[in-house]
Design a protein around this ligand. Structure first.
Ligand SMILES: Nc1nc2c(ncn2[C@@H]2O[C@H](COP(=O)(O)OP(=O)(O)OP(=O)(O)O)[C@@H](O)[C@H]2O)c(=O)[nH]1
Length: 373
């Protein structure tokens, strides 16, 4: 059987479990996940290689395939420039796709014009209300597509099976979905069936990425996301939404081999955490730098396992008033844009290399160099 390949965009409301699904399919953490809505800000591509599964009497089999899964920010009405940018990422992901997964949270209950959402902290007890207009807004995006759209009901681990039927009926009256697949991204339940349905809809074609490539996103940007994830997890109120992380220095070790002392080599990283107000900066730093230290330590552990090296991590907190409303600042946060700027800088420094003096990266010791700037 020939190879099938294509782009599969995962879209849905914030917190539906898009990033969890991407990570579960790839078997690796590529997108950060938190219980806070609007965690994902950019589209994230993960490349999934699927081997041929031969047809048997009990199995219809599956073609060999390369599936480029595209995680997107949660669909929401844009308010700030950052929101607009996030929604642009969703639109871009919907433009170049072969199949779309419209993912909905099966724990939501729909009554009339309102959606009742489970509170993660008090499962089954408290329900918060949301307007159904948000569901409709997300649905409108896929209704106009000309490609197959699969309805993916996520979080079925938290819902009695009997409750699924009314949800399926509700959504099926609103759009003609190519398939309806109940899954639990968290428990990795239903994913094989989902992949079968996806692959059968992909065209035969060539690989878009080399066989062993997991993503198009360079490691330094995954690192920035891991730091942002810890901010989301460790700080409350408005801070998570007002925070952005920019990697300012990224020095990879010359060799990945262990040193004579048996220790892994070191990657040296310095990152700026941007927030919008002095008060947010104070929260991010914490009393005597405790919060920043906590963010740094938690992030460093994850970054070390991502990179397979030891990591010296230095964090700075900077205030950029109302950055979410500033178009240029928001555009500059985009990793594709940053990559272009880096390439330009490297081109310039290559030509200046002979006259320039080397600047040594400061040695932070074993601890995080968490400090305020
Ligand atoms: N019970 C349960 N929880 C899940 C499942 N999948 C995701 N979650 C939880 O739902 C929350 C949101 O998950 P994410 O994967 O960040 O959701 P998202 O759709 O990417 O969110 P945004 O980035 O806001 O768009 C997290 O707390 C997840 O652990 C699931 O299958 N079952």
């Amino acid at each position: 059987m020939a190879l099938r390949s294509g782009f599969v965009s995962i879209v849905g409301r914030p917190n539906a479990g898009k990033s969890t699904l991407l990570n579960a399919l790839l078997g690796q953490k590529l997108a950060i996940v938190t219980h806070k809505p609007q965690t994902t800000r950019t589209r994230i591509q993960g490349v999934l290689e699927l081997p041929l599964r031969k047809k048997t009497s009990s199995d219809a089999g599956r073609s060999m395939a390369q599936v480029v899964m595209v995680d997107t920010p949660g669909v929401h009405k844009p308010d700030t420039q950052l929101d607009k940018r996030m929604m642009q990422e969703v639109h871009d992901a919907l433009e170049s796709r072969d199949v779309v997964l419209f993912i909905v949270d099966a724990t939501h209950r729909i009554h009339g014009d309102e959606v009742f959402e489970q509170d993660e902290k008090k499962p089954g007890v408290q329900r918060r209300r949301k307007s159904k207009a948000e569901d409709d807004f997300a649905l409108q995006l896929v209704q106009k597509l000309d490609c197959p759209v699969i309805l993916v009901l996520n979080k079925i681990d938290s819902v009695p099976r009997a409750d699924l039927l009314p949800i399926i009926q509700h959504w099926s009256t609103l759009h003609k979905f190519a398939d309806v697949i109940p899954i639990s991204a968290r428990k990795k339940d239903g994913l094989e069936l989902l992949l079968d349905k996806v692959v059968e809809k992909l065209p035969e074609g060539q690989r878009y990425f080399p066989k062993d490539q997991l993503t198009d996103q360079p490691e330094r940007f995954l690192v920035a996301e891991l730091i942002r994830e810890k901010i989301l997890m460790l700080t409350g109120e408005e801070v998570p939404y007002a925070a952005a992380v920019v990697i300012e220095k990224y020095e990879e070790p010359a060799s990945m081999r262990k040193g004579k002392d048996g220790k892994l080599p070191v990657t040296k990283i310095a990152a700026a955490i941007y927030c919008e107000r002095a008060g947010q900066k104070a929260i991010l730093i914490g009393k005597q730098g405790t919060m920043l230290k906590q963010i740094g330590s938690a992030a460093r552990k994850d970054i070390e396992s991502l990179l397979g090296t030891r990591v010296f991590l230095e964090l700075f907190v900077k205030v950029e008033e109302d950055w979410r409303t500033k178009r240029v600042f928001v555009d500059d946060l985009d990793w594709r844009r940053q990559l272009e700027q880096l390439a330009e800088k490297q081109g310039r420094s290559m030509s200046l290399a002979e006259s320039a003096e080397a600047v040594d990266f400061p040695d932070f010791g074993e601890e995080d160099g968490a400090e305020e700037k």
